[in-house]
Design a protein. Structure first.
Length: 155
């Protein structure tokens, strides 16, 4: 089993340097958010967390998930998760406003986005597996809820 992970990691590092099209291992997922300018580190990070399945899923379900703006959003959520959860519960706050700015949500649409985000986050935090989730999985849940709220409220 250990040798399989080494082979997979080697493959991912190789693939991260090939630039035929968007590479989900180096340009998508949490790895790309954490290491936007270091493809081998992004691929390694994605492979370490979940063998790259989240990165591949995000790349195949939506072409926009690998854009620079979404990577900035993901990184902001990782860096400010606790503040964002608190401010989302309150319905306002500096970090929440910054997140919506990053996502291009302006004016009256912001309040609608927050109203849509709050119940999704209640559901996320109330889930049975939330306590056992690591910080990246928690941030991913927030990211998905925020993307959904912005898509329905700010487009």
């Amino acid at each position: 089993m250990h040798i399989n992970k080494i082979v997979l990691l080697g493959f991912l590092i190789f693939v991260s340097n090939v630039s035929i099209a968007a590479n989900p291992y180096s340009e998508c997922g949490i790895g790309a958010a954490m290491f936007p300018n270091t493809p081998w580190a992004a691929a390694t990070s994605n492979a370490t967390w979940d063998l790259g399945s989240t990165a591949v899923t995000s790349a195949t379900t939506s072409k926009d998930t690998c854009s620079a703006g979404n990577m900035q959003t993901a990184q902001f959520i990782i860096d400010n998760y606790d503040n964002l959860v608190e401010e989302t519960a309150e319905g306002q706050g500096e970090h929440l406003a910054t997140l919506l700015n990053i996502q291009g949500c302006k004016g009256q649409n912001r309040q609608r986005a927050i109203q849509n985000l709050r119940p999704d986050m209640v559901k996320h935090i109330s889930s049975e597996d939330y306590v056992s989730q690591n910080s990246v999985d928690r941030a991913l849940g927030y990211y998905q809820a925020a993307q959904s709220a912005v898509a329905t409220s700010c487009s």
